[in-house]
Write a protein that binds this ligand. Sequence first.
Ligand SMILES: NC(=O)C1=CN([C@@H]2O[C@H](COP(=O)(O)OP(=O)(O)OC[C@H]3O[C@@H](n4cnc5c(N)ncnc54)[C@H](OP(=O)(O)O)[C@@H]3O)[C@@H](O)[C@H]2O)C=CC1
Ligand SMILES: O=C(O)CCC(=O)C(=O)O
Ligand SMILES: [Mg+2]
Length: 418
Amino acid sequence: MGYQHIQVPADGEKITVNADNSLNVPNRPIIPFIEGDGIGVDITPVMRKVTDAAIEKAYGGDKSIAWMEVYCGEKAAETYAGDWFPAETLEAVREYVVGIKGPLTTPVGGGFRSLNVALRQEMDLYVCQRPVRWFQGVPSPVKEPNKVDMVIFRENSEDIYAGIEWKAGTDEANKVIKFLKEEMDVKKIRFPENCGIGIKPVSEEGTKRLVRQAIQYAVDQDRDSVTLVHKGNIMKFTEGSFCDWGYELARDEFGAQPLDGGPWHSFKNPKTGKEIVVKDVIADAMLQQIILRPAEYSVIATLNLNGDYLSDALAAQVGGIGIAPGANLSDAVALFEATHGTAPKYAGQDKVNPGSLILSAEMMLRHLGWNEAADMVVKGVEGAISAKTVTYDFERLMDDAELKSCSAFGEEVIKHMG
Ligand SMILES: NC(=O)C1=CN([C@@H]2O[C@H](COP(=O)(O)OP(=O)(O)OC[C@H]3O[C@@H](n4cnc5c(N)ncnc54)[C@H](OP(=O)(O)O)[C@@H]3O)[C@@H](O)[C@H]2O)C=CC1
Ligand SMILES: O=C(O)CCC(=O)C(=O)O
Ligand SMILES: [Mg+2]
């Protein structure tokens, strides 16, 4: 199909999806990418260069990516006369199935709603998968960062994060408050006269599709536990139901049985015969557990806002959000992105760590089944860090490290691919 501003590479081919959602990946797939706002201009070109080099080294020219720029955020507003969220960007990511994006700015308080959240919602990218593990040599504030090896499955379409809220003092907020007071007999709104209101939708369907993916991942990747993280003691019918539905799904679809009378469950991994424990932890306690007893946690399934907080907190233990990758996944479409944002104070300085986006590309390569190229990326990143040739965020925490710019770190990664 014809696009207004998107240039489709003539020499690439489309990835297609089979009925079982597996992918047919040609040798030169067209991959849409969004450069991103702020530091996007620094990290996205480095990510592309490193990814291309890894593919070249792994397959010697038999495979390559035909990159296709698509637009969202500030660059879209410039290209599409003020449209920050062009419809054809969504169409292109859907059509080409697998994409990668830099960070996008969201103003605080007023202004437009998050474009990142909108992309996830519009394409129903309901899983935000964020692996958190330590690379040898990365500076960390904890004593044993090697014990951190968790994969967060964050629900990406619901919760208070969905952005259903009304500003204090507006007719809409007052109407909802009136309804709550008069028709729902709510007496607990402390200051109803001037009160913003937000809604927290959490559904059985939304919960179960997320927890299903988390448990399936534990089965496929030979992980020993899945922890449902929630604040169900306080928000009983949203966070609490998330926990209940999670256990229910573990029983109904994976044959899990209560352990010692519950609430924890376990089942045998059908692929390995090993036990997988499905447990739950209340969200505030989890924030101390990940610091004090990280080895006890492997796969985490949680709601949208908890997952947001947990992602950055966990990333800090293994070097910070400069090295925290992620993926937004639906059953078919996948859009990879770093955990961090646009870090505006560093934009355009060729300074920040491109590691998060590079490792997001590594996840993308595995998603394509290009594991040899993905391994090459990991080898390069590990090599550059072990050689202590790192960007400012690591350099300021390491002894005797050599400070590298964003692009120079990318070159180091390529050099260490061998
Ligand atoms: N998915 C997305 O697109 C996301 C977008 N955002 C948006 O980004 C904007 C800025 O958010 P903000 O809260 O400042 O969070 P950011 O994640 O952009 O940055 C916070 C701090 O994290 C460190 N950091 C972030 N990225 C890197 C990197 N690549 N290398 C090294 N250090 C890094 C820096 O720390 P230090 O100052 O210590 O050097 C930076 O000041 C907001 O508009 C927000 O909504 C936020 C998160 C995700
Ligand atoms: O959309 C945003 O601006 C922030 C999103 C975010 O922090 C995240 O998804 O981790
Ligand atoms: Mg976040």
